[in-house]
Design a protein around this ligand. Structure first.
Ligand code: NAD
Ligand code: AHE
Ligand code: ZN
Length: 369
């Protein structure tokens, strides 16, 4: 079939709206009509050329929601008409990782996903004679896409696509980092670096679990008001701090953060996030993704003296199990998504969404089909 897609032809160039050929679902696969998709900073990261796994041409996008329109042979858990959220971290419930009880990083299809291909080693997307790569197993910047059954969470039919698409990455990542990865306890002091689409959901999660101080760090002062609405108690703009940021944060939190979160993808901030943690027990969670060749460093003494460095992908969430529950939280008004979706655009204006992100004017732009 013919589909409309925003194609990333090469790194650093704007997306190009094209008509692309999409092959139907093969065994174990599902054809989904994407109704809405968020634009995450990771899409920008890959489009910029900084992603070591970045492949071109590709159809980016991994924060979508839509409706099943067809299923391939052997698909048992989904049927035509089901509402779904694509999962860049699938949940096969059968691999060593899924069965470990220790991680959400299902590896059933990770190798082919990282090559921009479906599990059988081929792409369903093509333009003329040219193969187009899938992206993070999702490719939600197309109005129809094909995914493996294990990479789709079935959600309730009354949830609005243009809001719950954000649960496909940003919401789940931020809330999950607090709840699943850090396991922040009531009364804890937390510091969040980067108050964008992820960091504001970390704040929302910290408030939900009853954190005490919720300190937000961002160089964009326009983030302050919205962050306060979501539960931030103190705002720190590093540009306005006299002296070093780390001692300032340690003093503010009276000894250091119990938990800190890096939500930017900047290795200098990752170090500061670790080092502002409390001696003896502070845990720092890396959420931001850093470009090819970049590395983190600290004095080993920081770890010897009890600080812990961890990372999280998709907030440690098991998508088919956890995503429908987070949709329920939204529908029950336990979490706020609406105020974080600052812009809505049609597909043919998707590049404006990237411009808004670069200008620091948006939290999430959602593309509606
Ligand atoms: P975003 O663009 O919405 O927000 C980034 C924020 O960081 C902005 O508010 C910006 O002002 C702030 N910032 C930039 N430089 C800063 C600095 N030097 N000091 C303080 N603040 C600074 O991005 P996002 O969508 O929230 O994504 C954040 C990061 O998380 C990205 O690296 C993204 O790729 C990554 N991410 C990771 C996962 C995961 O599963 N680990 C999931 C989603 C996103
Ligand atoms: N491909 C990059 C890393 C990108 C990355 O870390 N992706 C996160 C999700 S970001 C969502 O917005 C992730 O899930 N990582 C785990 C995984 O298996 O990809 C690189 O550095 O190679
Ligand atoms: Zn994302």
């Amino acid at each position: 079939m013919k589909v409309r897609a925003a194609v990333a032809h090469k790194a650093g160039a704007p997306l190009s709206i094209e008509t692309v050929d999409l092959e139907g679902p093969k065994a174990g696969e599902v054809l989904v009509e994407i109704k809405a998709t968020g634009i995450c900073h990771t899409d920008e990261f890959t489009l910029s050329g900084a992603d070591p796994e970045g492949l071109f041409p590709a159809i980016l996008g991994h924060e979508g929601a839509g409706i099943v329109v067809d299923v391939g042979p052997g698909v048992t858990s989904l049927k035509k008409g089901d509402h779904v959220i694509p999962l860049y971290t699938p949940e096969c419930r059968n691999c060593e990782y899924c069965l470990s009880g220790k991680t959400n990083l299902c590896q059933a299809i990770r190798a082919t996903q990282g090559k921009g291909l479906m599990p059988d080693g081929t792409s369903r997307f093509r333009m003329g004679g040219t193969m187009i790569h899938h992206y993070m197993g999702c490719s939600t910047f197309a109005n129809f896409t094909v995914l493996p059954e294990i990479a789709l969470a079935k959600i309730r039919p009354d949830a609005p696509f243009d809001k719950v698409c954000y649960i496909g990455c940003g919401v789940t990542t931020g809330l999950g980092a607090v709840i699943n990865t850090a396991r922040v306890e009531p009364g804890a002091n937390v510091v969040i670096f980067g108050l964008g689409g992820i960091g504001l959901n970390v704040i929302q999660g910290a408030k939900l679990v009853g954190a005490n101080m919720i300190v937000g760090v961002d160089i964009n002062p326009s983030r302050k008001a919205l962050a306060e609405k979501f539960g931030m108690t103190h705002f720190v703009n590093p540009k306005e701090v006299k002296g070093d940021l780390v001692p300032h944060l340690v003093e503010l939190t009276k000894g250091g953060a119990d938990y800190s979160f890096e939500c930017v993808g900047n290795t200098t901030l990752m170090r500061q996030a670790l080092e502002c943690c409390h001696k003896g027990w502070g845990v720092s969670i890396i959420i931001g993704v850093a470009g090819a060749g970049q590395e983190i460093s600290t004095r080993p003494f920081q770890l010897v003296t009890g600080r812990v460095w961890k990372g999280t992908a998709f907030g440690g969430a098991k998508g088919r199990t956890d995503v429908p529950k987070i949709v329920d939280w939204y529908m029950d008004k336990k979490i706020n998504i609406d105020d974080l979706i600052t812009h809505t655009l049609p597909l043919d204006r998707i590049n404006e969404g990237f411009d808004l992100m670069h200008a620091g004017k948006s939290i999430r732009t959602v593309v509606v089909y």
